[in-house]
Design a protein around this ligand. Structure first.
Ligand code: NDP
Length: 382
């Protein structure tokens, strides 16, 4: 039996992880499950899986969580400190599936206990960059990428040497708006309606703006040290090839599969072995054709902005991420037009001097907080 904690257990990735755990209950001992405010789903999963502790980030929900867990013997806790305490309990596997930089503290707490972290929470790695990769090395932790593209690259690199890699290609579906003419009139409902993947609201908007691919570019840069100029992006609307690695002898390895996050999650849960999933075999004749396009950075500038931020390095990726989180939330609240998201992010990045490169978790959180305030000020009506 292996022990597992799931941070962000009530979200899309969290629920899909629990679905895999449910199919192999004898293999897993669930330690911590966390949520932001969805007490009902958190308590139901904690009871179903016999978790040791359930944590809700929103402290005002603690009473509700205690009531929902009454008589179960499961600990109930609330607040950011409790989230980090739960994440720091030693386990064999932590699935980091909180959305946004809010997940950074808990991910760092999990890294400090030196276990294996299946990382979906890309914003944490984008913001903390070298601070996180250095902590992974210092504490002997293992980072396994859940993001389907990075998981594909990780699989294509198995048995290969990073110094033999000529390039890495991240595939992008192009999102639901790839062929939409007027981006200024796009509604949250349209932006969230992803053609291939069923995901949480924030990452769905990121896919529509292409900031998701921009964040993934920075994520890949930290996970696979081949140099930024060797990481490419190609639009592949069918989302069958999840990413590719080209070696110096001219061989390109690709990982293919259904657009279902349970495949990369299972690859992390079972790593380095494999486990069964309920996926139907890949039916290539049914897929028929696969197409590939260069990204259109005039209509979707996010990948250019992210590449520039990665080239600048230091605090820039954390600033980009924080500004994007604020702009996406404003778009989802119908306060700004879809086409303003990238403008706000670029304005925050270009406003004055960037803060110094963060060296500690506290530095990263300060940069994040400051960039959020600046983005919020830009969004306030004059
Ligand atoms: P969801 O919005 O579906 O779920 C987010 C989870 O995080 C929920 O459990 C939510 O709790 C919790 N949460 C939200 N805000 C906070 C907070 N401030 N503090 C603590 N917990 C919080 O997101 P997804 O599952 O779609 O995405 C999770 C991460 O995985 C993201 O970083 C995303 O980019 C990445 N990812 C997702 C993929 C997908 O297919 N969904 C694919 C690849 C990567 P509550 O339910 O209470 O709000």
């Amino acid at each position: 039996m292996r022990s597992i904690s799931i941070l962000g257990a009530t979200g899309s990735v969290g629920e899909q992880t629990l679905d895999l755990v449910r199919r192999n209950p004898a293999e897993w001992n669930v330690v911590a499950l966390t949520a932001n405010s969805n007490v009902a789903a958190l308590a139901a999963s904690a009871r179903e899986f016999g978790a040791q502790v359930a944590v809700v980030a929103d402290e005002s929900r603690l009473g509700e969580l205690r009531d929902a867990l009454a008589g179960s013997g499961i600990e109930a806790a609330a607040g950011r400190g409790a989230l980090c305490e739960a994440a720091s309990r030693p386990v064999d596997m932590t699935v980091a599936a909180i959305v946004g930089c809010a997940g950074l503290g808990p991910v760092m707490a999990a890294i400090e206990q030196g276990g294996t972290i299946a990382l979906a929470n890309k914003e944490a790695l984008v913001s903390a960059g070298e601070v996180m990769t250095a902590a992974v090395a210092r504490h002997g932790a293992t980072l396994l990428p859940v993001d389907s593209e990075h998981n594909a690259i990780f699989q294509c690199l198995a048995g290969g040497r990073i110094e033999d890699v000529r390039s890495i290609t991240l595939t992008a579906s192009g999102g639901p708006l790839r062929t939409v003419d007027d981006l200024s009139a796009v509604t949250p409902e349209q932006a969230i309606a992803h053609p291939n993947w069923d995901m949480g609201a924030k990452i769905s908007v990121d896919s529509a703006t292409m900031f998701n691919k921009g964040l993934e570019l920075i994520e890949a840069h930290h996970l696979f040290p081949v140099g930024l100029n060797r990481i490419r992006i190609v639009v592949h609307p069918q989302s069958v090839i999840h990413s590719m690695v080209e070696y110096r002898d001219g061989s390109t390895l690709a990982q293919l599969g259904p657009s279902d996050m349970r495949v990369p999650i299972a690859s992390c849960l079972a790593w380095p072995a494999r486990m069964d999933t309920p996926m139907a075999p890949l039916d290539l004749p049914a897929i028929g054709e696969m197409s590939f396009f260069a990204p259109d950075e005039t209509r979707f500038p996010a990948t250019r902005i992210a590449r520039e931020a990665a080239e600048v390095g230091g605090a820039a990726p954390a600033v980009l991420n924080a500004a994007n989180e604020i702009a996406v939330a404003a778009f989802l609240d119908r306060k700004i037009a879809f086409s303003r998201i990238a403008v706000v992010v670029e304005d925050v990045l270009n406003q004055g001097e960037l803060p110094e490169a963060p060296r500690t978790l506290e530095d990263v959180l300060r940069v994040d907080e400051d960039a959020r305030s600046r983005a919020t000020r830009i969004l306030e009506p004059a």
